[in-house]
Design a protein around this ligand. Structure first.
Ligand SMILES: Nc1ncnc2c1ncn2[C@@H]1O[C@H](COP(=O)(O)OP(=O)(O)OP(=O)(O)O)[C@@H](O)[C@H]1O
Length: 955
C-alpha cells in the first residue's frame, strides 16, 4: 500500500505530518489494524496525493523511537528522511539536502515556482480518507468539511473542568453569544481593530478540528478562493519540526527541506513575497521555544537552531511581514507569550446546526443521514458530545455500520452504548483490513483482542486514578503492553511525543480522547469487579468490609456484601467519584453504570466477565443513586448522579423535572435531593436565562437547596440566603461569575453563617475575573472578618468597574483593619462605588436626593435582629444639605453598607483619607450601628468643605 494513501479522517491519534513534498515516510513497523487515522504509518491530517508527485515526510515516529536513535549516523534531517525512504525516494528529485537546496538557484520566474508550490499543496489538502471506508479511498475535503465554530479569545474554564463537563455547561450559551470567525478569515481584522493581525494562536481541545481548519484554509488558498494576498503558504507541523530540533538551519533551508517545490526561491525573492507560516500542533512540540533568548536573527540565510528560527519569526525579527498561525491544544498554548500574539482564537467544534450539517455532508444517502441526525437528537449526551467533531466521526462510524449492515438491536442511545459499539466496530474494521475474506461479527472479540483491550484498560484505569493522561513507555510495559501492541490498537491508544521537561526527554503516549481513556478504564474496573480481582478493586476503593461495617446507610447491605454485589460496589465508586475536586472520575463512573445494562453486557461479553445482572440488582443500583447522600459534596458532582441514572436508561427523573417545570404551583411541590440535582442541570442547560433563582422558593431540604446551586450559571439574580453555603458552593458561584457569558448581576449570599473568609476568598476568584458583571453583592451575617475585606479589596481593585453595591453589614467582624483594606479599594482610581451610607449615631442628617432615575435599592437596617428591607426610589434632584456638589452627581448610586461591623473612629479616619484621595465616586456611606460618636466622624464631616466632596448621604 502506498504509505501516503492511508491518511484517514476520524480520530487523530496523533498530530500528523503536514509537510507533503517529500517522498519519504517513516515506515510503520506495525500495521494499522484499527483503521483509524493517524496510527502506524497513517496520517489523518495530510492528504497526500499518491503517484508521480509524492509527498510526505511523516515525522510521526509511530515506531515510538526517538528519531535520534533511529537514524544514528545521518547528519541532517534530510539525510534521515532520505534514509527512511530508501532507494526509491533517493532517486527522485523530490528531496534534496539542505546544502544542495541552497545552491540550486535557477532563472525560473517566481510566479512559476509559486504556482507549482500551490499545485503541490492543493494535492495534499484536497482529500482526506474517511475513517469508515475500508477500501481506503479518499474523500474530497470540501465534500465533508463542515464549518466549525471558531471564536476570538479563550473560554475561561478550559483548564479547570473536565472536558465533557465543560461541553455540557458551556456549549449552549457560547453558541448563542460569540461571533464566529471562519478559519479563512483568521487574519482579517474586525472593523474596530486597528492593528494588523500578524500572529494568530488557535487553541482547541483534542479532536475539535484544528488540523482540519488548517487544511481547509490552505486548500481554499491553493484554489484561489481566499487570502490571495498571501503568495506562499508554508505548512508545517511541530511533529515534523521535532525531527530536526537539534539541527542548525537557516529559515531558507528549512523551507527548502520541507517544501522542495520552493527550492528555487531565493532569499531575495522571499523578501518580496507575502509569506504565511502555519505551525500545527504546538502541543506536540519537542522544541524548547525560549522567547527570552536574546539571539536576534534577521537574515533568512543565517543558520540557527529551529527553536530560534521560530521564536524570531514569531517575534517579528525574521521576515517581519510574514504571517504566522500556530495551533495548539490549550495546555500547551502558554509556550507563546501573549505579547507576541495579535489574535487568540479557539476552535469550539460544532454548533447544533453544524452537527446536522456534518452528518448530511458525510452521507450521500439522505435517509441515512436523517436517521442518524434524529437519533443523535434523542439523546442529550450524544448530542452534547457531538460538539466535538471527532465524536461526530465516532457516531457516524457506529451508526452507519449498524444501519447499513444486518445489525439487530437498538441503536446506541447512551454514551456507554456508543463507545461499546465503537470498540467493536473498530475491531471489526481491523479484522477486515488485515484478514481479508474472514468477515467476523463484531460481537466476536477474539481472545487476543480481549487481552490487549484489558491491558489498555488497565493502563487507562491506573492513570485515570492518578489524573494522568500521558504515559511513558515504562507505563505501557508495566501493564504488559509493548509499544507495537499499543500502536496496533492505534485507534484507541497511540503515542504522541510530548516533551515533559528539558532534561528528561522521552516519548509520551496518550489516548486519542480523554473519554476513550475513561471508557476503557470503566471496562477494566467492571472486569475486575466481576472477576473478583479483589486487589484491584480494594486498591481503588479501600477495604469495603471495614469501612462499611459501621455505616448506617450500608448496614443492611453490608450483611450480604461481597464483590459480587454490584450495587454496593457501584455505590462505593460513586461516592469516591463525588469526592473528586475536578470531576476527573465523572465520565468513568457514568460508563461504569452504563455497563450494567444488558445490551452493553451482551456487546462486551468476555471483556466484562460473565455476569448476569438481575432486574432487582439494577433497581437497587438506581435506588442507591437516588438516595445518595451528598453532604460536603460539590453540587456540580451531584449532577453526575443524574447523568448516571440517564446512562442506566432511567428516564423517570428527567420526566419528573420536565413536569415540575411545566407546573404552575412549583413552590408547593416537594423536591427530593436528586430531583434538585436534575433540576439544577436542566436550568443550567436551559436556553432561557432565569431572571431570579431564589433557593428559598423551593420546597426541599437544605441539602436539596444546595444541590440547586449550579443553576446560578444561567440566571441574572441569585438569592442563596440561609442555606448553609460552604466553600464548594462558593467555587460554583465563582465559576458562574468567571464564565465568559456570565449573566449574574445580583447575588445575595447573606445569612450563611459558615461562609467565612475562606468562602469569600474563593468567591473573589470570580469577582476579579474580567467576565464578572456583578453589580450587587450581599454578604451580611456571613461570619466574615477583616481578612475578607482584604480579599474583596484586592479582587475589586483588579477588576473595579462592575460592582455598585457591596453589603457587608451586620455580624461581620470587619473591624477598623478591615475597613482600612476596603479603603484601599475606595482610593483606587477605577473604583466605581459612589455611595457610602452612614446611618444614625452622628449628628449629621442628610436629605440626600440625587437626580432623577437614580435608584437606590435594598437599604437594610437592623431592627431587633431582623432584617428590614426597603426599596427606595429617589426621584428628582432637590439638592443636598450636606453636599454642595451633589448637583454633579452621576446617574449611578452605589451603596456601601458597613453597619454594625465593629468600627471605631480609626475607620472614619481611613474613610476620610480614602475619600480625600479619590473623592469623586462615592455617593452614600452607611455606618449605622457602629457606636460612632461625633468626634469620631469629625474627619469625615470636615470633608464637606472640600470642593471635590461628593458624599450626599452620610448616616
Ligand atoms: N470541520 C470538520 N468537518 C468535518 N470533520 C471534521 C472537521 N473537523 C474535524 N473533523 C473530524 O474530526 C477529526 C479530528 O479533527 P482534527 O484532526 O482537525 O482535530 P485536532 O483539533 O487537530 O485534534 P488534535 O489536537 O487531537 O490533533 C477529523 O479527522 C475529522 O474526522
Amino acid at each position: 500500500m502506498d504509505q501516503c494513501e492511508d491518511r484517514e479522517e476520524g480520530v487523530p491519534p496523533s498530530k500528523s505530518t503536514l509537510c507533503g513534498e517529500h517522498e519519504s515516510q517513516t515506515k510503520a513497523q506495525s500495521p494499522e489494524l484499527w483503521g483509524v487515522p493517524g496510527s502506524a504509518g497513517h496520517n489523518p491530517k495530510t492528504n497526500p496525493e499518491p503517484g508521480p508527485e509524492p509527498s510526505c515526510v511523516s515525522l510521526k515516529s509511530n515506531v515510538s523511537k526517538d528519531i535520534g536513535e533511529d537514524f544514528k549516523g545521518c547528519s541532517s534531517a534530510a539525510e534521515r528522511a532520505s534514509a527512511q525512504c530508501g532507494e526509491r525516494s533517493r532517486s527522485r528529485a523530490g528531496l534534496q539536502t539542505a546544502s544542495q537546496s541552497s545552491c540550486v538557484q535557477t532563472d525560473v520566474g517566481l510566479q512559476e515556482v509559486l504556482d507549482e508550490h500551490k499545485i503541490s499543496l492543493r494535492r495534499r489538502c484536497e482529500r482526506v480518507t474517511e475513517g469508515s471506508d475500508e477500501t481506503g479511498s479518499r474523500t474530497l475535503l470540501n465534500r465533508i468539511y463542515t464549518e466549525l465554530y471558531i471564536t476570538e479569545g479563550q473560554s475561561e474554564e478550559v483548564h479547570t473542568q473536565h472536558e465533557v463537563r465543560q461541553l455540557e455547561t458551556a456549549s449552549k450559551m457560547d453558541a448563542l453569544h460569540d461571533a464566529p470567525i471562519r478559519c479563512q478569515h483568521i487574519f482579517k481584522a474586525f472593523p474596530d481593530q486597528q492593528r494588523p493581525i500578524r500572529v494568530v494562536l488557535t487553541n482547541g481541545v483534542a479532536g475539535v478540528g484544528k488540523t482540519f481548519s488548517v487544511q481547509k484554509f490552505t486548500l481554499d488558498w491553493t484554489e484561489g478562493l481566499e487570502n490571495q494576498h498571501v503568495s506562499v503558504v508554508v505548512l508545517l507541523s511541530f511533529r515534523e519540526l521535532n525531527l530536526i530540533r537539534d539541527e542548525q538551519y537557516s529559515l531558507l533551508e528549512l523551507l527548502h527541506v520541507f517544501h522542495p517545490t520552493l527550492q528555487k526561491v531565493t532569499a531575495e525573492k522571499l523578501a518580496v513575497s507575502q509569506l504565511l507560516f502555519i505551525f500545527d500542533g504546538l502541543d506536540e512540540s519537542r522544541l524548547s521555544l525560549d522567547f527570552t533568548n536574546r539571539k536576534l536573527l534577521s537574515d533568512v540565510t543565517q543558520k540557527s537552531s529551529v527553536s530560534q528560527l521560530l521564536t524570531n519569526l514569531i517575534q517579528g525579527n525574521l521576515l517581519p511581514s510574514a504571517l504566522v498561525w500556530i495551533t495548539s491544544r490549550p495546555a500547551a498554548a502558554n509556550q507563546i507569550p501573549p505579547t507576541c500574539v495579535d489574535r487568540l482564537t479557539e476552535v469550539r467544534g460544532f454548533t447544533d446546526a453544524q452537527k446536522d450539517e456534518y452528518f448530511r455532508r458525510r452521507f450521500s444517502d439522505e435517509e441515512l443521514s436523517s436517521r442518524i441526525i434524529s437519533h443523535m437528537k434523542t439523546s442529550r449526551s450524544l448530542h452534547i458530545m457531538c460538539s466535538i467533531p471527532v465524536f461526530c466521526w465516532i457516531t457516524a462510524t457506529v451508526l452507519e455500520h449498524m444501519l447499513t449492515t444486518e445489525q439487530r438491536g437498538e441503536l446506541p442511545k447512551t454514551l456507554t452504548d456508543m463507545y461499546s459499539h465503537f470498540l467493536l466496530v473498530q475491531t471489526k474494521r481491523k479484522k477486515n483490513k488485515y484478514h481479508e475474506g474472514h468477515e467476523t461479527s463484531p460481537q466476536e472479540l477474539t481472545e487476543a483482542d480481549r487481552e490487549v483491550l484489558l491491558k489498555l484498560g488497565r493502563l487507562a484505569f491506573e492513570h485515570l486514578e492518578k489524573g494522568n493522561i500521558m504515559f511513558y513507555q515504562e507505563d505501557l510495559e508495566q501493564c504488559g503492553l509493548d509499544v507495537t501492541e499499543a500502536s496496533v490498537y492505534s485507534g484507541v491508544c497511540t503515542e504522541i511525543f510530548k516533551r515533559e521537561c528539558v532534561i528528561f526527554q522521552k516519548p509520551v503516549y496518550c489516548f486519542v480522547h480523554l473519554s476513550i481513556q475513561e471508557f476503557l478504564a470503566a471496562v477494566y474496573m467492571f472486569h475486575c469487579h466481576t472477576n473478583r480481582k479483589t486487589e484491584v478493586v480494594e486498591g481503588f476503593l479501600g477495604n469495603l468490609r471495614e469501612e462499611y461495617k459501621n455505616r448506617s446507610f450500608f448496614k443492611n447491605m453490608f450483611k450480604s456484601y461481597s464483590f459480587t454485589s454490584l450495587d454496593v460496589f457501584l455505590t462505593k465508586v460513586m461516592e469516591k467519584s463525588l469526592q473528586s475536586k475536578n470531576g476527573h472520575l465523572d465520565l468513568f463512573v457514568r460508563f461504569l453504570h452504563g455497563l450494567c445494562l444488558e445490551s452493553n453486557q451482551r456487546l462486551l461479553v468476555g471483556l466484562l466477565g460473565q455476569t448476569e445482572i438481575s432486574p432487582g440488582t439494577i433497581q437497587r443500583v438506581i435506588n442507591n443513586l437516588k438516595e445518595m447522600n451528598s453532604d460536603e459534596i460539590s453540587p456540580d458532582r451531584s449532577i453526575n448522579i443524574f447523568h448516571c441514572l440517564m446512562e442506566m436508561n432511567d428516564l423517570s427523573l428527567f420526566q419528573e423535572i420536565q413536569e415540575f417545570l411545566k407546573s404552575e404551583n412549583r413552590s408547593e411541590k416537594e423536591l427530593s435531593e436528586i430531583q434538585c440535582s436534575a433540576l439544577a442541570f436542566m436550568l443550567q442547560m436551559s436556553e432561557e436565562v432565569l431572571d431570579d433563582l431564589d433557593l428559598q422558593e423551593y420546597k426541599t431540604s437544605e441539602q436539596g437547596r444546595l444541590r440547586l446551586i449550579p443553576a446560578v450559571r444561567n440566571c441574572r439574580k441569585a438569592g442563596l440566603t440561609r442555606c448553609g453555603l460552604s466553600e464548594s458552593h462558593c467555587e460554583v458561584v465563582a465559576s458562574a461569575l468567571k464564565s465568559k457569558h456570565s449573566h449574574l448581576t445580583e447575588l445575595d449570599m447573606s445569612y450563611n453563617y459558615n461562609l467565612q473568609d475562606s468562602g469569600v476568598k474563593l468567591l473573589c476568584a470570580g469577582l476579579e475575573s474580567p467576565n464578572c458583571r456583578l453589580e450587587t453583592l450581599r454578604l451580611s451575617f456571613c461570619g466574615l472578618s477583616e481578612i475578607s475585606c482584604d480579599y474583596l479589596a484586592a479582587a475589586l481593585k483588579s477588576n473595579p468597574s462592575h460592582l455598585r453595591e457591596l453589603d457587608l453589614s451586620s455580624n461581620n467582624k470587619l473591624q477598623d483593619s478591615g475597613l482600612k483594606h476596603l479603603c484601599g479599594f475606595l482610593e483606587s482610581p477605577g473604583c466605581g462605588l459612589e455611595t457610602l451610607r452612614q446611618q444614625s449615631n452622628t449628628n449629621i442628617h442628610t436629605s440626600s436626593k440625587t437626580q432623577s432615575n437614580i435608584q437606590i435599592s435594598s437599604t437594610a437596617s437592623m431592627n431587633d435582629g431582623k432584617e428590614k428591607e426597603e426599596d427606595s426610589d429617589i426621584q428628582g434632584s432637590q439638592g443636598c444639605s450636606l453636599c454642595p456638589s451633589c448637583h454633579r452627581a452621576r446617574g449611578v448610586v452605589h451603596l456601601h453598607r458597613l453597619e454594625r461591623c465593629g468600627l471605631s473612629e480609626i475607620s472614619c479616619d481611613y474613610l476620610a483619607a480614602a475619600l480625600k484621595s479619590n473623592p469623586s465616586h462615592l455617593r452614600e456611606l452607611d455606618l449605622y450601628g457602629n457606636n460612632l460618636k461625633d468626634p469620631d466622624v469629625k474627619q469625615l464631616s470636615d470633608l464637606q468643605q472640600s470642593p471635590d466632596y461628593r458624599l450626599e448621604k452620610l448616616e
